[in-house]
Design a protein around this ligand. Structure first.
Ligand SMILES: [Mn+2]
Length: 277
């Protein structure tokens, strides 16, 4: 699926250096893609309850590919409700595409074609439809029914998703799903079109005015040996997408604010019993 522009109504969140003052550790997780089990294992590494100075940044792509898109969104929203500003959640391209599909005309349903087995749809609309879809219904009519049911049942969750920002800027780092336009240097804020924040490809490497921490690009594409570990380019970029749909694992990047050090680990692989794929 290729969408070159987004109607995502989200605004940029240009946040100051607050977390550099109050946070001792910033944990970063990205590209959860409907894998609630993997998120729960990541949250066992992120010590939000035990360490009041810990902060969690989520870089988007909560939905698609896995079986539990809606459940991941609800878990992230619950984390924000519990921990407030200590949990920052950004939007990824898959989250924007879901919103774009909901906003589009009923005759536009390419997004459904990309939802393999309707896994994302079924995470939202699992029961029988209130209005059964007649077998003679057209694609547009089926699409309209699915969208109406989804919004009827989970409108508050969708409204919450719409409000998430696309970017979080700190003193020394930019947190974003995909990246920014780096050719403009210091002027990147004015040079970066909105879709680049969620869809930038390929990944940039080398020095930039701030450290970029992003997901979106599988780190196996960046490591010469195909590893899914966090990729650091030795300069200004950290990429963390561990391709959870293949590995069942997420990278958890940790920034030690005081010592200005990054470290990372991967969540353990799922036990065969717990991972319902
Ligand atoms: Mn992505």
């Amino acid at each position: 699926m290729c969408v070159t522009s987004t109607t995502c109504s989200a605004s940029w969140s240009i946040t100051g250096s607050q977390e550099d003052v109050i946070a001792s550790s910033v944990y970063v997780v990205s590209d959860i893609h409907g894998h609630l089990d993997a998120l729960e294992r990541a949250l066992e590494i992120v010590d939000l309850d035990g360490d009041p100075g810990a902060k969690l940044m989520l870089l988007g792509d909560y939905v698609d590919r896995g079986p539990s898109s809606r459940q991941v969104l609800e878990r992230v929203r619950a984390l924000q409700q519990e921990h407030g500003d200590r949990v920052v959640a950004l939007l990824g391209n898959h989250d924007c595409w879901l919103l774009d599909w909901l906003d589009a005309d009923d005759a536009e349903y390419d997004w459904l074609h990309s939802d393999i087995g309707f896994a994302t749809v079924h995470s939202f609309v699992t029961e029988q439809f209130v209005d059964p879809i007649p077998t003679s219904a057209t694609g547009a009519q089926i699409n309209a029914t699915i969208k109406r049911e989804l919004v009827d049942r989970h409108g508050d969750l969708i409204a919450w998703l719409r409000g998430l920002p696309l970017l979080h800027e700190a003193d020394h780092a930019i947190f974003v799903h995909a990246g920014v336009d780096e050719d403009a240097g210091q002027l990147w804020r004015a040079a970066t079109p909105e879709y680049v924040l969620t869809e930038k490809y390929p990944a940039s490497r080398g020095p930039f005015v701030k450290t970029i921490i992003a997901g979106h690009v599988r780190t196996s594409e960046l490591h010469a040996d195909g590893s899914h570990e966090v990729f650091h380019d030795g300069a200004s970029h950290y990429y963390i997408d561990a391709a959870v749909e293949e590995t069942g694992r997420l990278n958890v990047l940790k920034y030690d604010v005081k010592n200005r050090e990054f470290s990372w680990q991967m969540t353990p692989a799922a036990s065969p019993r717990s991972e319902a794929r």
